[in-house]
Design a protein around this ligand. Structure first.
Ligand code: AMP
Ligand code: MG
Length: 342
């Protein structure tokens, strides 16, 4: 047998190295699509075979969820329940499941999260052309129609409210939808993905770009896009609720969209924003809204009693307070803040 010359061996080795390097360093481009759904800019990014089909299907699924869950769409499950004036209405099992979860978080948060805030949401109209500061009488009369204990859920899919009550699942629907989309993408064989529903972020699978996922958290006092800091995680959800999302200003006061079911007004709990890091996005979404209303002391106590859930609170007096599990996983970038752990 002819022994290959040194040059041929060297060339062969070089080719092996180049091919191996290309395979190891190959970072396939994801498939990414954006759309405006559920009142927000949605972005779905997926890596893996089948992503070309799975990503548009995920956006279609999201539109279908919006059709069922939006209080503003006439034929939605929520709108039908709200029009029924205290009579029972049958809803899809998905809506029933979500409502069950909403009621669970209402109990867990002592009513700070309340899916029957609809009458107050309508009254204030925050984020709509009709936004205004209502009179005390109006607020009191809307408050009489807010109480999650009035919701009855039979057999998982028949819903009945007290007469006059109005459901609003806006504080939990995006988180629920993100979980549904993740499960669907995984079933379609997607290895890794990122679901961004207007800043509600859910990531799954390994980060194809290497290392952990790094998720930016919005700085509540900078205009959109300003970063407060970065959370690192292997997979899971990062959801933020804050006063910067939807609000109007009158006479120097900011009226934002997170309402306190105890007062009937935008929550004034000393916070500007709350971020929750959790395995699932439904719990993250429900909890950010609840924790914002509860404020730092009650909120951190609730979080520290929940397995696998971490939170970050931004206070009006310039502190960023982390639950212990976020220490070392959050890097502060915003200027003028003091970082604490509790
Ligand atoms: P989020 O941005 O997740 O905090 O949700 C805010 C949205 O949830 C509002 O636009 C309302 O539709 C609804 N909402 C406001 N206050 C509450 C509350 N205390 N409990 C449940 N939902 C609320
Ligand atoms: Mg929420």
């Amino acid at each position: 047998m002819k022994i290959p010359s040194k040059k041929v061996v060297a060339l062969f080795c070089l080719i092996v190295l180049v091919v191996a390097g290309a395979v190891l360093c190959h970072r396939p481009d994801p498939v990414e699509k954006s759309a405006y759904i559920m009142g927000t800019l949605v972005r779905v990014r997926a890596w893996g075979a089948g992503a070309d089909r799975a990503v548009p299907e995920a956006l279609e699924r999201l539109s279908a969820l919006e059709q069922a869950l939006s209080a503003n769409l006439e034929d939605s499950d929520v709108a039908r329940v709200n029009r029924a004036g205290g009579r029972g209405v049958s809803v899809s099992s998905a809506t029933g499941d979500l409502l069950g979860e909403a009621l669970r978080f209402a109990g867990l948060s002592g009513g700070a999260f309340d899916p029957t805030v609809g009458a107050l949401v309508d009254l204030w109209g925050i984020g709509t052309e009709q936004a205004r500061v209502p009179g005390d009488e109006e607020i009191l009369s809307a408050l009489e129609r807010v109480d999650w204990h009035g919701v009855r859920l039979f057999d998982g899919n028949e819903v009945r409210l007290e007469a006059g009550q109005q459901l609003d699942l806006g504080g939990i629907a995006k988180g629920y939808a993100a979980d549904v989309l993740r499960d669907q993408l995984k079933r379609e064989g997607i290895r890794s993905g990122l679901i961004d529903l207007g800043g509600n972020i859910l990531v799954f699978g390994e980060n194809p770009r290497g290392g952990k996922w790094r998720i930016g958290v919005q700085d509540p006092i900078q205009s959109r896009g300003g970063v407060l800091g970065v959370v690192e995680l292997r997979e899971g959800s990062v959801v933020t609720s804050g006063t910067y999302e939807r609000f109007f200003e009158r006479d120097g006061v900011r009226y934002h969209h997170i309402l306190d079911p105890a007062t009937g007004r935008p929550a004034r709990s000393g916070l500007l924003a709350v971020t929750v890091v959790s395995p699932g996005s439904l719990e993250g979404d429900a909890l950010t809204t609840a924790l914002f209303v509860m404020g730092l002391d009650l909120g951190i106590a609730l979080v520290n009693g929940l397995e696998g859930v971490e939170a970050l609170f931004v206070t009006e007096d310039g502190r960023v307070v982390l639950s212990p599990g976020l220490e070392g996983r959050f890097t502060l970038q915003g200027e003028g803040y003091r970082l604490e752990t509790r």
